[in-house]
Design a binder for this molecule. Structure first.
Ligand code: ADP
Ligand code: MG
Length: 229
């Protein structure tokens, strides 16, 4: 099994990410604005108008995807750190992700216990959604998404696995690289980078194991805290 542990050095790029992302969102907005202006100014044949609208919708979708994968990452605010319960957090994620899983014929199997840890709920949710979404997208027709919690050396270990298409060694090595995606225009290549960064901000560690045509497992290790901490 190919295995990869995320290292901090990859994170040096992160400081430059915010400005680069606003750029990425601004491009489609500029394009859409240009088309709207054209449609306002002159008589445009119906066919052209339809084409402009189609492109514009595509561009808006693109901007939306970037914001969706990045959103809360843009504003990490340490003052929002609370004690969280992994069971409650996962239930919240399932509410969002289950319809998407159903659409793809993906069954979700859970083995989840109560463990407490510290984090910013919105950021952690973004991480869970990015990872589970990647798993579901790796199983376009049918599959099994497994979510399991364990205690490991007093820490919380959360394992998110799929039995989908998996990754080659080369793909695995590029995980967390900004804009690395194998999904073409459908992908942003930001989800993994954001997720790694969020777990690191929680003093945790995210690692990945994957094998082509077998599936992928994400391992999230987080320090546990006691009740009332
Ligand atoms: P995106 O999902 O927009 O492509 P991500 O940063 O979320 O960007 O993921 C980057 C790439 O990592 C994906 O395009 C895919 O090639 C690979 N990847 C991530 N998760 C999985 C998974 N569970 N199974 C297979 N490949 C994955
Ligand atoms: Mg993704």
């Amino acid at each position: 099994v190919h295995k990869r542990v995320m290292k901090a050095e990859k994170m040096e790029v992160v400081s430059h990410l915010a400005s680069s992302i606003s750029h990425e969102v601004r491009n489609p907005l500029t394009t859409v604005r240009g088309f709207m202006q054209m449609m306002l100014q002159s008589e445009i044949p119906e066919e052209k108008r339809k084409e402009f609208l189609k492109i514009s919708i595509g561009e808006i979708d693109r901007a939306n995807d970037i914001i969706r994968d990045y959103l809360t990452f843009a504003k990490p605010s340490p003052e929002n750190v609370k004690t969280l319960n992994i069971k409650e957090e996962l239930n919240r994620t399932f509410q969002i992700v289950t319809p998407f899983a159903n659409m793809n014929g993906v069954e979700i199997r859970k083995k989840i216990d109560d463990y407490l840890f510290k984090g910013e709920e919105q950021l952690f949710q973004q991480c869970l959604i990015n990872l589970t979404k990647n798993c579901i997208e790796a199983m376009p027709n049918k599959g099994l998404l497994t979510i399991e919690t364990q205690e490991e050396n007093g820490n919380l270990l959360l394992i998110i696995s799929d039995n989908g298409q998996g990754m080659t060694k080369e793909q695995l090595a590029r995980i967390g690289e900004p804009y690395f995606t194998t999904k073409g225009r459908e992908g942003t290549g930001l989800g993994m980078l954001v997720s790694i960064r969020i777990i690191e901000s929680m003093s945790g560690k995210l690692s990945v194991e994957s094998q082509v045509n077998e599936g992928t497992s994400f391992y999230i290790r987080l320090p546990r805290v006691e009740e009332g901490a």
